[in-house]
Design a protein around this ligand. Structure first.
Ligand code: NAD
Ligand code: UDP
Length: 318
């Protein structure tokens, strides 16, 4: 297939490019670098099966050559207000990427009679009142809350995707991605793993927000990418959760990073501007992924942290 990937210079987009190129496809990457990094795709420049366009997908996307699939990953993704690259500080761009960017990407898929895959998120469940979260749970989201620019944009994106499927017959997929980590994460985007791993490798205290009893379930990037590609190759038009169901508290996560990195710096509890709206529990119900895609995560946390360390060390000059 000839596949258009929006957000190709980001963390997940660049791994998708690598995986799908290795699987024999041609990739057209698109990104405006608002949170991504040209270094993430520098190794692909010169590859005859890879081309790249710097473009803001909130504007009309011009694709003269045939495209067989569109994978829409372009969106800021970090919730941390302390980072200038987080969606808190890019509110309009985030809503435009989720709304106008999804509309334009769907338009490309419709025009080329191509498959479409939307990168959605566990954030569409908001601060969930059921646990774990399965795909039929509609979520608990405050439309004017501080996370709403991201959550509601993704919810709109899902609705628009289903509308293009039901009304125009576009062959769509929706992946609801749960917290994922690995090499090529932006060290400065403020998410838990980059903050903690950077702090640990520098021998500093890890900054746990609130009391650290909020939970997440962290998936290693290679596992996630395999799940997404299986979904792309499947016939499933309804949303599928992809994530690692091993749920831990953020305090346990920080302790694991200190243990694996042998950091003696300890942990400090800090109030955070985000903590009032920090979802308290998050774990995917991956029953659908197991049944439909025959997929489940394989990489454990210690292994995943160990695999992520060399990239962070290189970026920190260690
Ligand atoms: P990222 O910030 O590394 O990548 C996003 C990429 O999109 C960046 O390269 C950015 O420059 C680009 N982009 C943003 N707006 C754009 C626009 N208007 N036009 C063109 N390019 C634009 O983040 P990521 O973690 O790789 O996330 C990728 C996708 O996966 C996002 O849609 C995000 O919502 C989703 N997601 C990620 C996670 C996770 O844990 N990493 C979890 C849930 C959902
Ligand atoms: N977190 C933290 N310290 C940090 C960064 C994040 O304690 O330096 C917490 C944050 O409050 C949240 C969890 O880690 O409870 C995961 O945050 P992240 O930004 O990675 O993603 P989220 O799941 O909130 O979208």
């Amino acid at each position: 297939m000839r596949i258009l990937i929006t957000g190709a210079a980001g963390f997940l987009g660049s791994h998708l490019c690598d995986y799908l190129l290795a699987d024999g496809h041609q990739i057209v990457g698109m990104d405006n670098f608002i949170t991504g990094n040209p270094e993430n795709i520098a190794h692909l420049m010169g590859n005859e099966n890879f081309s790249f366009y710097k473009h803001d997908v909130s504007n009309y996307i011009f694709t003269p050559d045939k495209v067989d699939a569109v994978l829409h990953f372009a969106s800021p993704a970090s919730p941390n207000p302390d980072s200038e690259r987080a969606y808190f500080n890019l509110p309009i761009q985030t809503m435009k990427a989720g709304a106008l960017g999804t509309h334009n990407s769907l338009g490309v898929a419709k025009a080329h009679n191509a498959k479409f895959l939307l990168a959605s998120t566990s954030e569409i469940y908001g601060d969930p009142t059921v646990h774990p979260q399965s795909e039929d749970y509609p979520g608990n989201v405050d439309p004017i809350g501080t996370r709403a620019v991201y959550d509601e944009a993704k919810r709109f994106a899902e609705s628009l995707t289903m509308a293009y499927h039901r009304y125009h017959g576009v062959d769509t997929r929706i992946v609801r991605i749960f917290n994922t980590y690995g090499p090529r994460m932006d060290l400065e985007d403020g998410r838990a793993l980059p903050n903690f791993l950077k702090q640990a490798l520098l021998g500093e205290e890890l900054t746990v927000y609130g009391n650290g009893q909020q939970t997440r379930s962290f998936c290693y990037v290679d596992d996630l990418i395999k799940g997404i590609v299986r979904l792309l190759y499947s016939d499933e038009n309804f949303p599928v959760n992809i994530g690692n169901p091993d749920e831990i508290t953020i305090l346990q996560f920080a302790e694991a990073i200190n243990r694996v990195t042998d950091n003696q710096g300890g942990i400090t509890f800090v109030p955070s501007g985000r903590s009032a709206r920090d979802p308290q529990r998050r774990r995917p119900d991956v029953t659908r992924a197991k049944e439909i895609l025959k997929w489940e995560a394989q990489v454990g946390l210690d292994d995943g942290i160990t695999r992520t360390m060399p990239y962070f060390k290189e970026k920190l000059g260690l």
